[in-house]
Design a protein. Structure first.
Length: 244
């Protein structure tokens, strides 16, 4: 489920620009940008789309995160001339030929298009299979508030962060991870035999914890792993895993 809200007022885009991970000032008419809101410590809080539909400026939010995001935006708003109100539009998404006015999902071509306006029918799509195949995290599953670092989750590859736009909340930590440290952990795709609940710890043969298991589909799984603990047979509950 998604929730759409409208941002209006002369400060709407500059207001977002100082808060989110991507450069929203380059948003076209129409256009769409994928971005995240972080804690001051650089940890993920929420991800969303900023959309210029041609008729209004929208935030496209996961319903489960919408209340907390809007509360935080209102906290930061202070004297900015920004109004945040519910939108009457609806979002639909799909693959293949896109309806008029649809926008390509900015994260990956395999995710097809998103359309904003009058709700329309959606064809059945196994989005989890696509996400696993293309290594795409989902809010509330692989993307965990107050825990995930967006670079470990692949946000640079998914066009969700801009390193030239200037300051935003959590920018210093994110930039330091990009430029000054070697990644030791991150989201990967593993072969899996069997199943285990999302969030199950992944263990090495000697019992040391190597990572956490997430979405599973078609004999493959997404996992957050320590890169130095991915060799050999791994286990998560009753499932066994190997490097893909």
């Amino acid at each position: 489920m998604r929730r759409l809200v409208t941002l209006s007022g002369p400060d709407a885009l500059p207001f977002l620009q100082g808060l989110v991970t991507n450069d929203v000032l380059r948003l076209r008419d129409p256009g769409i940008v994928y971005a995240a809101l972080l804690t001051p410590q650089g940890k993920y809080l929420a991800d969303f789309f900023v959309v210029n539909s041609g008729a209004e400026l929208l935030l496209d939010l996961a319903e489960a995160q919408a209340d907390s995001v809007l509360k935080r935006l209102n906290m930061y708003k202070l004297r900015a001339q920004v109004q945040i109100t519910p939108s009457a539009s609806a979002v639909s998404r799909g693959l293949g030929p896109a309806p008029e006015g649809a926008l390509p999902d900015p994260r990956h071509p395999a995710l097809g298009w998103r359309h904003y306006g009058v709700p329309g029918p959606e064809a059945a799509v196994d989005w989890d299979a696509i996400r696993v195949a293309e290594l795409i995290p989902e809010s509330g599953i692989e993307l965990i508030p107050d825990e995930t670092y967006i670079l470990e989750a692949g946000f640079e590859r998914l066009n969700g962060v801009d390193f030239r736009k200037g300051c935003y909340v959590g920018q210093e930590v994110t930039a330091r991870m990009k430029h000054k440290t070697e990644a030791r952990k991150g989201l990967v795709r593993l072969q899996i035999s069997g199943q285990a609940p999302v969030g199950s710890p992944i263990l090495m043969a000697d019992g040391r914890e190597a990572g956490t298991l997430f979405t599973q589909s078609g004999g493959m799984a997404l996992a957050h792993m320590r890169f130095d603990r991915m060799e050999g047979v791994l286990t998560a509950g009753a499932a066994t895993l190997r490097r893909a």
